[in-house]
Design a protein around this ligand. Sequence first.
Ligand code: HEM
Length: 106
Amino acid sequence: ADLADDMDTIAGNYKKVLSTDSTDTLKQSLQNMRAAAVDAKQSKPPKMEDKANDSPEIKDFHHGLDTLIGQIDQSLALANQGKLAEAKQVAQGFKQTRDANHKKFR
Ligand code: HEM
């Protein structure tokens, strides 16, 4: 998928992550977010289309996505232990990663 579609998938599933009271829905939504964040690494931010894959800018973009993926994995690990409240608490922290990276890349 292109980057905007991956971001829409991330955003739609993030809403569910924050609002659900079902551990199964939480896990599924986190997995959907994770897959879209991994897929996003195949794209470049539109304003950086001319940058090489090994440029500092694109490496930094990948680092931002890896930070989000790492946080998703932390939340998933808690969800897998049935710790819904703790998993959602970790998920609150995705916002900071989103905002910091949007400032740089969006
Ligand atoms: C929970 C985390 C995040 C959410 C909810 C989120 C959500 C969104 C949304 C809704 C859009 C607009 C998509 C559209 O135009 O249809 C967007 C765009 C964008 N996001 Fe994110 N995002 C997140 C994390 C990130 C991260 C970690 C990065 C980079 C490392 C990133 C980079 C971008 C870029 C570059 C765009 C512009 C895409 C374009 O215009 O084609 N986002 N994001």
